[in-house]
Design a protein around this ligand. Structure first.
Ligand code: PBG
Length: 316
């Protein structure tokens, strides 16, 4: 019996989603007669220590995963569960994504103090987010909104909604649902209004490339129906050279294509790049079968529309 040591950040969300994944993996082990046990090892990351500053100002690419990857390379831990949207687009050499399990709701959610929807929020409402992507799209939809930065784990953001005078905050629906806090959601934002972050709602399981027995177990947990669209979104982000701290969004889904020789499933990818003040929001949608090619195509089209200038201005 081998014990797989699973590294996790100590935030409530990280521990909860790591726990869910371990439950799923234990079930798979039982089904397939695999001799694994699991234990959690908590790890403090840089991102957890800088909760009082706007992450975009710190240059936070991969801020939540570096210490965890270090521990994996040292052999202190064997695997880690990440929110896909916090995972760097290229992993360091000895590490790989062993599985992308089935995606949860990818949408952003509005949590308003009075229960009002996005349209019902009062003129000049104070809306909290620390995401340039959300800020851009919210301002484009409602230029009267006053966007204010709010940082911290989702539990502390929900507290700040009450204590810091926000009319509403925006959080990912998936995180709230994994915590069992769906009842706090006032409205779901349609991807047409607010395109999610790349990989939002999906998890990525990271492990060492040479850990063949763990990779075998993880291959049983991988969900191709999730992995391929998410790969298209990540390629798009990668071409634009973005982390999660840039005003970039993308969402890919399966669509049925009716051709002469019957119907087949294709991937539809929409990507967006916007200015933080919402004065410009560029979007492109492409349908195809090759995730990598789709990511490149949507990125190239946005670059032709001026995406690189917008991103250069944001990066300063
Ligand atoms: N940037 C922080 C982060 N990273 C992952 C989630 C949870 C949602 C998910 O799994 O996509 C959140 C919170 C949020 O944005 O509301």
């Amino acid at each position: 019996m081998r014990t797989i040591v699973v590294g996790s950040r100590q935030s409530a969300l990280a521990l909860t989603q790591t726990g869910h994944v371990i439950d799923d993996l234990k079930n798979l082990c039982k089904q397939h007669g695999l001799p694994f046990d699991f234990e959690i090892k908590k790890i403090v990351t840089k991102g957890d220590q800088i909760l009082d500053v706007t992450l975009s100002k710190v240059g936070g690419k991969g801020l939540f995963v570096k210490e965890i990857e270090q521990a994996m390379m040292n052999g202190e831990i064997d695997m880690a569960v990440h929110s896909m949207k916090d995972m760097p687009s290229v992993l360091p050499e000895p590490l790989t994504t062993g599985a992308v399990p089935r995606r949860k709701d990818p949408r952003d959610a509005l949590i308003s103090r009075t229960g009002s929807s996005l349209d019902e929020l009062p003129q000049g409402a104070k809306v909290g987010t620390s995401s340039l992507r959300r800020a851009s799209q919210l301002k484009a939809y409602r230029p009267d909104f006053q966007i204010e930065w709010i940082r911290g784990n989702i539990d502390s953001r929900l507290r700040k909604l009450e204590t810091e005078g926000f009319d509403a905050i925006i959080l990912a629906a998936a995180g709230l649902s994994r915590m069992g806090w769906e009842d706090r959601i006032t409205a779901y934002l349609s991807p047409d209004t607010c395109l999610p972050a790349v990989g939002q709602g999906a998890l990525g399981i990271e492990c060492r490339k040479d850990d063949k027995e763990l990779l075998h177990l993880l291959s049983l947990y991988n969900d191709l129906e999730t992995a391929l669209p998410v790969a298209a979104e990540r390629k798009f982000l990668n071409v634009l050279n973005g982390g999660c701290q840039v005003p970039i969004g993308a969402y890919a889904t399966w669509v049925t294509h009716q051709g002469e020789d019957g119907h087949k499933q294709l991937i539809e990818l929409t990507g967006m790049v916007g200015t933080p003040d919402g004065s410009t929001v560029l979007k492109e949608t492409v349908i195809g079968s090759d995730p990598e090619r789709l990511g490149e195509e949507v990125a190239e089209r946005l670059i032709r529309k001026g995406a690189e200038k917008i991103l250069a201005d944001v990066r300063g």
